[in-house]
Design a protein around this ligand. Structure first.
Ligand code: BG6
Length: 478
């Protein structure tokens, strides 16, 4: 759809940026914090790029005031960050660690003092190791109560101060990578266990939303989902069907449950045929149906092109975690689809498609199917950046990336989609889970690399000033 004139961004549009605890905080064992599954996973040889970990990360734990001052200078309206469960409850349950709570209280107060809306993610993958050991984490229903108690502590403590809450970050990613691809903890490859853990994660999400409503916490709550539209390679009906499969298995399988409390028909049938259905107990579907989120959180990075894949076709491929362009190995799900390269899009050095129109398509598909407002909780470009001798960083490619994605959002708003806000990934550079520190996303450059923490100095990139101007003008001049 072409518009003669685009509609303006809403007056109260949340211009933001985002991060996650493990990727920025460091201080992994300070002030009573317990170990998470990521603290241990990164120590398994060969799992992360050059063996990098988040022990120090970018030391946000000790430098949060400096970081918030930079956010204020840029003019952010919101900042999305996650709470490390292991700071609040070192063993996942039991005694509350007041020092951990204080860290987040101070951060939240600092943000509010600078007129920045805090947006809190309850879970960005760093499950307490103690709960993984005690009952297998998401594989046991015990986590529903433990997670809900943890969330309740935060709801009660920060009610009134925090108005935007994200439940689970990218359930699809942490479940698939953790229980199939083995590049996230708990490092398992077992389909039956994967679908079971996923069902329980759905119940966790619903239980937390239900609790939020019971407690009458003012504000909005919803999950953040990693979604990129699936395209067909061409109009061959077999390939179109493969793309439909990829949508059902890669997106509806989660978002339908969040919104309707129902699994998609075809996926459920496939699970039955393959003896992979999770155990569903009385009351489960009822809980799911009654926990409708206030918004759908969208983490958008790229789209995927699909083609037919026979039963003896392509399976697990290989992800590019080295930044060597073209090193991704084709992957797929035999009998359903395979992912192939898109001849029309540019790729990053990590082989991610750059597709701003895909964001518009994503927003429209979600809005039409789910009829919820959408909060873009992540979008950004991971690239190599160079710190020049005069301490400047010219990341004009990032400016262009974000600019084009903002145009797509503006188009979607003009199409009638209700978009509440936009958080770039990320505010400062940070640890990219599997890709080390060389894959940078921030507006603020952090001077460290895989081998040397250096002084962790902060430098503003060209994109910092550019986004500052965009916010000032409420997106008028994109
Ligand atoms: C999202 C995550 O999957 O994408 C972030 O929520 C992550 O935590 C981001 O960092 C970018 O992915 P990557 O692999 O490039 O770090």
């Amino acid at each position: 759809m072409y518009h003669v004139e685009r509609k303006p961004f809403p007056k109260d549009f949340l211009w933001g940026s985002a991060s996650a605890a493990y990727q920025i905080e460091g201080a992994w064992d300070k002030d009573g914090k317990g170990p998470s599954i990521w603290d241990n996973f990164v120590r398994i040889e060969g799992k992360t790029f050059k063996g990098t970990n988040g022990d120090v990360a970018v030391d946000h734990y000790h430098r949060f005031k400096e970081d918030v001052a930079l956010m204020a200078e840029q003019g952010l309206k919101t900042y999305r960050f996650s709470v490390a469960w292991t700071r609040i409850l070192p063993n996942g349950r039991g005694e509350v660690n007041e020092k951990g709570l204080m860290f987040y209280e101070n951060l939240i107060d600092e943000l509010i003092a600078h007129k920045i809306e805090p947006m809190v993610t309850l879970y960005h993958w760093d499950l307490p190791q103690a709960l993984q050991n005690a009952y297998g984490g998401f594989e046991s229903r015990e986590i529903i109560e433990d997670f809900t108690n943890y969330a309740t502590i935060l709801f009660k403590r920060f009610a009134g101060k925090v108005k935007y809450w994200v439940t689970l970050n990218e359930q699809n990613i942490f479940i698939i990578h953790g229980y199939k691809l083995q590049n996230h903890p708990p490092n398992v490859n077992n389909a039956k266990r994967m679908f079971q853990a996923n069902h329980i994660a759905n119940l966790v999400n619903a239980s937390v939303i239900t609790k939020f409503r019971e407690l009458n916490i003012p504000g909005l709550i919803g999950p953040s989902f990693a979604y990129g539209p699936n395209y067909s390679i061409d109009s061959n009906p077999k390939n179109v069907l493969a793309a439909e499969n990829a949508e059902d298995f890669g997106a509806h399988f989660w978002m339908d449950v969040y919104r309707f409390g129902e699994y998609p028909i075809m996926v459920w049938q496939w699970l039955k045929d393959n003896n992979l259905t999770p155990e569903v107990l009385d009351g489960d579907m009822d809980l799911l149906k009654h926990a409708i989120p206030d918004f759908m959180g969208l983490n958008y990075y790229r789209t995927t092109v699909n083609a037919d894949n026979p039963l003896d076709g392509v399976g697990l491929g290989k992800i590019n975690t080295t930044g060597v362009k073209g090193s991704t190995v084709e992957s797929g799900e035999p009998g359903l689809y395979k992912h192939v390269s898109n001849p029309y899009t540019d790729k990053t050095n990590w082989d991610w498609d750059i597709d701003p129109t895909g964001l518009r398509i994503a927003l429209r598909r979600i809005a039409s199917r789910y009829r919820l407002p959408i909060l873009i909780t992540e979008n950004g470009l991971g690239e190599y950046d160079k710190l020049n001798d005069d301490c400047t960083i010219d990341d004009s490619y990032r400016i262009e990336y974000i600019r084009q994605h903002l145009v797509a959002i503006n188009d979607a708003i003009s199409d009638g989609v209700n978009v509440l806000g936009y958080c770039t990934w990320s505010f400062t550079d940070l640890l990219s889970w599997l890709n080390g520190y060389q894959k940078r996303y921030g507006f603020v450059y952090i001077d460290r690399d895989e081998l040397d923490e250096k002084e962790l100095k902060r430098y503003k990139k060209a994109s910092f000033y550019w986004y500052q101007q965009i916010i000032k003008e409420n997106g008028k001049q994109i």
